[in-house]
Design a protein around this ligand. Structure first.
Ligand SMILES: [Mg+2]
Length: 229
């Protein structure tokens, strides 16, 4: 029996990709105005720096830290790093302004809570901005516990993050369900850690789910699925 259901955040509870793209657009216009770097060059450098940051920091929450990323971009441009905090502020303000819950997300969380399940969040990111996103999305009152990779010290799909979720839920791994958009990080990570795994796939095709993983197209499918678990 499922006693706790734990959600990834980005591209699971809201559309991260579109919000991120809009925030980078706002930031690139600002950088063009103050540094004369074209938006195309800025976006290309952002991609290169993202890969460099991941290679340097590995699977850590700091690999997602935008302040560090923008600092590294300014270093690559040979520009003063003093601009990095303003860039981070602009990026996050724009991203939060665009963030909206995916259809049915709050209603689904409410339905699951009404069935007596606890609601958790398990996310690869620094705590500060995941809290800010959940507040912006209006979901804080629906959430019983939060685990970030910054707190866990490891990132999904490491079993340690899932284990900390189960500990906070106060139940066995097999009594937890995990829902996320990443097949490797969320669904396979949760499955291999011993949780029930739900893979949120919003594409138009219908890929097969690996054994032990249930593919869903929308969060609103979850309450009915809980009856069969
Ligand atoms: Mg995600």
């Amino acid at each position: 029996m499922i006693k706790s259901i734990i959600f990834d955040v980005d591209d699971t509870l809201y559309d991260f990709r579109s919000a991120h793209s809009a925030a980078l657009g706002t930031l690139s216009a600002f950088i063009e105005s103050v540094l004369g770097v074209s938006p195309e060059a800025f976006i290309a450098l952002h991609g290169e720096t993202f890969r460099l940051q991941e290679a340097r920091l590995g699977n850590t929450a700091a690999s997602h830290n935008r302040l560090i990323r923008f600092q590294m971009m300014l270093e690559a441009l040979n520009k003063p790093v003093a601009l990095a905090p303003a860039m981070a502020e602009l990026y996050w303000t724009a991203l939060l302004a665009c963030a909206r819950p995916l259809p049915g997300a709050p209603e689904t969380m409410t339905q699951l809570r009404d069935r007596g399940m606890t609601i958790g969040v398990g996310t690869n990111m620094t705590a500060e901005w995941q809290f800010a996103k959940l507040q912006r999305l209006g979901m804080m009152p629906l959430i019983d516990f939060i685990v970030t990779s910054e707190e866990a010290g490891v990132e999904k799909p490491d079993a340690g993050l899932f284990a900390l979720c189960a500990r906070k839920a106060g139940c066995a791994m097999s009594e937890c369900a995990f829902v996320g958009d990443s097949l490797k990080g969320d669904a396979l990570g949760a499955r291999d850690a011993g949780m029930r795994a739900f893979w949120l796939y919003r594409g138009t095709d219908a890929p097969d789910a690996p054994p032990g993983v249930v593919r869903i197209r929308a969060l609103t499918e979850l309450p009915a699925l809980m009856d069969t678990q």
